[in-house]
Ligand binder design. Sequence first.
Ligand SMILES: [Zn+2]
Ligand SMILES: [Zn+2]
Length: 246
Amino acid sequence: MNLWADFHTHTRYSHGTGTVRQNVEAAVKKGLSAIGISEHGPANIGIGTVLDDFARMRDEVEHLKGIYTGISILLGCEANIISLDGDLDIPEKVLNELDYVMAGLHPMVWTESLRDGYHLLVENMLQRHVESLKEKVLRQNTIALMRAIENHKIAIITHPGLHLPVDTASLALAAVKCGTALEINAGHGYMTVEYVKIAKSYGVKFAIGSDAHRPADVGDLRRGIEIAEKAGLTEDDIINAAEIRR
Ligand SMILES: [Zn+2]
Ligand SMILES: [Zn+2]
């Protein structure tokens, strides 16, 4: 399976170790045709990107486009879903300036309200030990994700099921309706083979991303490819696979 792009990479603007330029250089070396810079939104506690930095990254990306002409350099993001209503931590005005939007659930974020924090953070922690909470938390997480993709133009949902459990079937249905892809995260190994199989049965598209936090990992998509192949996906199922590009 051949992949032509890595849409999920981080830099020093959040808690990655490399610069935008180093990520691009790494992508060129790996032979990719496209690289996306996708920083965390500002709500990630301690590591979020300052909103003003999206304009700085845009300047860098535009500058690098003139130097690395053999690769498409895109500016995206990995926004946080910060409420049960599916609100994102990056305002629409900033999202509109990006080439694509990814969003996901993370366990350590500043939520929109204390109530959202209780449902999305505290209850998610508690459900690991409290059996009776599991179903409620699964439903809440899934609703937050579904509302996010229904209310925003999101290209890819990152690592569904990582840390915060999700009802894959409901998410996949909403994703198909909104034209959103679900990510197989090569760094974390989520979605798992089992969940990819469920999501595929609803006809959803997938994206494989490295979630690289250092340049050396940019374009390292092997673990994601392994999951995809075990789940029986073909290149047609994956938005950054060779077949789709033509
Ligand atoms: Zn993430
Ligand atoms: Zn990430």
